[in-house]
Write a protein that binds this ligand. Structure first.
Ligand code: GCB
Length: 599
């Protein structure tokens, strides 16, 4: 599925705005396409939970409906017309007038429907999008629904962020010519010590009989520097400008579909291309054949009021903060982010570890916290074959959506799964195989949790980079940084010796109440967060295989209600409204120095 784009042959209308909105009380008896009154209205894009003041809506479990009228431009007489939702969390159904045209499971990837036969140029139609936020042991991410004594349904889940729901990204109406490009895959390489760039493309079309594909590559000044023709080919760029971390350069590759008889243009589509290579060699991560050290954060899409709603102002501001603090990268913990975020990372040279929504595949963590014995994670009743089918689908959709972004250098296929429990290898081996078959050019990883040690983990040999999440000094040995330093070093050295693979600390940090200061730094104070990060950094600097540090987390974020969360998770180096805590200064000093040394 190609993203909507306005070109000489395609048009796009953004349907963002205020839509009519209603909670579905009973899905079994619901009239899905009846007209909604404008009594309750809600913005798109935004999670609906925190917009209205009604607790029933905030904590609703099940379906809601969004509705608006849409007019098809009168000039769209011979084109195919599509509707696309960039995301509906976690399941979305699109109705055009009375007809269901799409039903998609998975809350963070796009889906669309060809509605040509149902609409007419110049006429209006009623667009209803129903969205369901239920999670089960067979969805990604997983969850379960508890029915309370009074009949209220409560969504329980195993991830540490609020189950924000709704249409959190844009909705589009767009046109595509009858004969059109369907998909494009770009892979880049370099030869001659990075002096010559190679852009390989492969395009598929709906119908290409009697047509020819022509391709041009233009530099940032618009000068054409290469061309080719056919469904797949390679284009050489002499004296190439590489896409580099902190120094992005994007070529524009444009595909044209021409009729052979009269040479007329049938379709046109463009993609920004960054020429760069990625490789894992020994214990190094190479970008453009040079060792790369990741500095940055695990992030969340999370802002006040909008929840997970994409917001360009927050996005640009977040990238400003990344630059200010000297970060060169982030992980899209714990789901694929809005596509605009990857465009921005491509444009501004920020490196991305791109993660699926597979978070919470670990029944031991939640049970462990409350001292209960956990059921096995991998079993017919818990995470089973259907879960793994949903997980495969998640991987397919992530790679198909993000494969052409130069900023994406690695796929992370799960966060903190029970990789030490029986069944983990049987669950993950096929997923690793699938990921590699979909993209052989990028390394893959998963984020490991402390329960799976170098001794008992069953899957790490299948991956290219070891990504470790550790909280010594916080969840373990709380407040005792001396023991934390010792435990962390022992832990990392064991992994280093056993695997010899590159290691990234993909999470480390402590909850910190902005404004809480202590002379003798204790947990929750700003001084403690700073000291804890320093301790971890000392250890990283003593280990050759550590090739990156991603602090948890970029900013404070909302979670479900828990006794150890105060209005959400407070491990942010920035507050939820993006003000720096004390630790930001120490990170800035370390990362900016590192950046300058690398120049
Ligand atoms: C983790 C999870 C992350 C949590 C974090 C925490 O290991 O990966 O989602 O938010 O710990 O703060 O507990």
């Amino acid at each position: 599925m190609l993203r909507p784009q306005a070109t000489a042959t395609r048009e796009v209308i953004c349907l963002d705005g205020v839509w009519n909105f209603e909670i579905v009380a009973d899905a079994a008896t619901e009239e899905w396409t009846e007209l909604l009154s404008p009594k309750t209205q809600i913005p798109v894009p935004a999670s609906y939970n925190d917009i209205l003041l009604d607790h029933g809506i905030r904590d609703h479990v099940g379906w809601v409906k969004y509705q608006r009228r849409v007019r098809v431009p009168r000039s769209w007489t011979s084109e195919h017309v599509f509707i696309r939702c960039d995301a509906a969390t976690h399941r979305g159904r699109i109705y055009v007038n009375d007809k269901l045209v799409a039903d998609h499971q998975g809350g963070y990837t796009p889906f669309d429907a060809n509605i040509t036969e149902l609409v007419s140029a110049g006429k209006e139609f009623c667009l209803t999008v129903a969205v369901c936020n239920e999670l089960s042991n067979e969805t990604i991410p997983p969850g379960s629904i508890e029915v309370l004594a009074n009949g209220t349904r409560k969504q329980k889940y195993l991830h540490d962020f609020f189950n924000y729901s709704g249409l959190s990204r844009s909705v589009w109406l767009y046109s595509v010519p009858q004969r059109s490009f369907r998909d494009v895959t770009i892979v880049t390489d370099t030869v001659g010590e990075n002096r010559t760039g190679i852009i390989k493309y492969e395009a598929t079309c709906s119908e290409s009989v009697d047509c020819e594909i022509r391709v041009t590559v233009a530099d940032e000044n618009g000068n054409v520097v290469g061309c080719a023709h056919g469904e797949r080919s390679e284009i050489e760029i002499e004296s190439v400008h590489l896409w580099q971390p902190g120094n992005a350069y994007l070529y524009k590759l444009t595909l044209y579909l021409h009729r052979l008889d009269d040479n007329s243009l049938v379709d046109e589509y463009s993609i920004d291309v960054g020429v760069r290579t990625v490789e894992v060699k020994g214990s190094q991560f190479l970008i453009n054949n040079k060792p790369f050290y990741f500095t940055g954060f695990g992030k969340h899409e999370d802002t006040p009021i909008r929840g997970k709603g994409h917001d360009s102002a927050y996005m640009v501001h977040d990238f400003q903060l990344l630059e200010w603090i000297g970060a060169n990268s982030f992980r899209t913990s714990h789901y694929p982010y809005a596509e605009e975020v990857y465009d921005f990372a491509d444009r501004h040279g920020i490196v991305v570890i791109d993660e699926t929504a597979a978070v919470g595949l670990n029944l031991g963590i939640a049970s462990g916290l409350f001292g209960k014995k956990a059921p096995p994670t991998w079993s017919a009743e818990t995470m089973n074959v259907t879960t793994s089918i949903a997980h495969s689908q998640n991987i397919r959709e992530l790679i198909s959506r993000d494969k052409n972004h130069p900023s994406v250098v690695m796929w992370c296929i799960a966060n903190e799964p029970a990789s030490h429990e029986d069944g983990a290898r049987e669950y993950f081996a096929p997923l690793v195989k699938l990921t590699r078959s979909l993209d052989s050019t990028r390394p893959i990883c998963f984020s490991n949790c402390v329960l799976a040690t170098a001794e008992n983990d069953l899957i790490s040999d299948l991956f290219d980079v070891l990504c470790l999440n550790r909280y010594y000094g916080w969840y373990e040995h709380t407040g005792d940084l001396e023991t934390a330093e010792h435990e962390l070093e022992t832990d990392l050295r064991t992994w280093q010796t056993k695997y010899g693979k590159p290691m990234i600390m993909t999470e480390y940090g402590s909850d910190t109440m902005a404004g809480l200061h202590m002379t003798n730094p204790g947990p929750w104070s700003e001084e403690f967060q700073s000291s804890m990060l320093e301790v971890y950094h000392r250890v990283f600097d003593r280990l050759d295989s550590v090739i990156g540090e991603h602090v948890w987390s970029f900013s404070d974020f909302q979670t479900s209600a828990m006794v150890f969360r105060v209005d959400g998770n407070k491990k942010g180096v920035f507050t939820r409204d993006r003000r720096p805590k004390l630790a930001a200064q120490a990170l800035r000093k370390r990362w900016v120095e590192r950046k300058n040394d690398a120049l």
